[in-house]
Write a new protein. Structure first.
Length: 233
């Protein structure tokens, strides 16, 4: 589903090109939960931001369902991006909107559904993430775990095929982390959603991922099924 070919990214700092990612080759299959783990500065965020082309690569290609995202126009890319949902460490919810309106927002932007259909879809998403009773609350009234559930519902609003998770549990305590990870597993199975998650926490990878890539200094230094890469618990 995702093919990264010879992908590299450098940032220009003080007139010099500093490599953040070097010649990454990676295939992620439809329906799998793929983890990327590495220390701070290893290149994880850069990698995830290249997958949805929030960053332009310095070289190489990003294929999503065999479409090369690096060659698309802005308008074409906007359409392709609707296949991708994203959740974040700090949730990135709109504080002046209620839970329901946060979830409705991407549906309104996409402009495919009318008001009644949006309401139905929002109700369905609230149910999926277990927040039906909190529809009319504001983000500030929610716990961290509940906020991330809103983030997940919002990310799924337009039925993406791929969910990108950027340190999505790093701001949560261990127990809340587990419940959010269980929700991700449930969604992965129920919707056959492909999930790519980046984290610095090995437990997160162990709990949910099928395969993992270990990234260090902008390179993949190990990759394989989680049980093989982390032989020793
Ligand atoms: P991680 O997510 O694993 O912490 P990043 O992808 O954020 O790593 O960073 C990888 C490298 O790229 C680091 O050396 C970082 O300093 C550098 N980097 C990331 N973003 C930028 C940027 N916008 N400008 C300059 N350097 C950057
Ligand atoms: P408005 O509230 O003026 O219609 P907003 O942008 O604030 O516009 O609201 C967005 C949409 O969020 C609503 O049209 C509705 O579809 C959805 N929404 C709001 N509250 C709920 C709710 N409790 N359950 C389901 N959908 C809701």
């Amino acid at each position: 589903m995702i093919q990264l070919k010879n992908l590299s990214k450098s940032y220009r700092v003080d007139g010099k090109d500093i490599p953040a990612l070097k010649r990454i080759d990676l295939n992620i299959e439809a329906g799998e939960i793929f983890g990327v783990i590495g220390h701070s500065g290893a290149g994880k965020s850069t990698l995830i931001r290249l997958i949805n082309l929030l960053e332009r690569p310095s070289g190489g290609t990003v294929l999503l369902d065999d479409i090369d995202l690096t060659t698309l126009s802005t308008a074409e890319l906007r359409l392709e991006r609707q296949k991708i949902g994203m959740i974040f460490q700090h949730f990135n919810l709109l504080s002046a909107k209620t839970v329901a309106n946060n979830i409705a927002f991407p549906l309104q932007v996409a402009g495919r559904l009318n008001k009644t259909q949006i309401e139905q879809r929002v109700a369905e998403l609230l149910e999926l993430v277990g927040l039906s009773e909190h529809a009319d609350k504001y983000p500030a009234q929610l716990s961290g775990g509940q906020k991330q559930r809103v983030g997940i519902a919002r990310a799924l609003a337009n039925n993406p095929k791929l969910l990108l998770c950027d340190e999505a549990t790093s701001a949560l305590d261990p127990q809340t982390t587990q419940s959010v990870l269980q929700l991700l597993l449930e969604i992965n199975q129920k919707l056959n959603l492909t999930i790519v998650l980046i984290t610095h926490e090995m437990d997160v990878i162990r709990t949910v991922c099928d395969r993992v890539a270990v990234i260090d200094g902008g390179e993949i230094v190990e990759m394989g099924p989680v049980t093989q890469v982390f032989l020793h618990p």
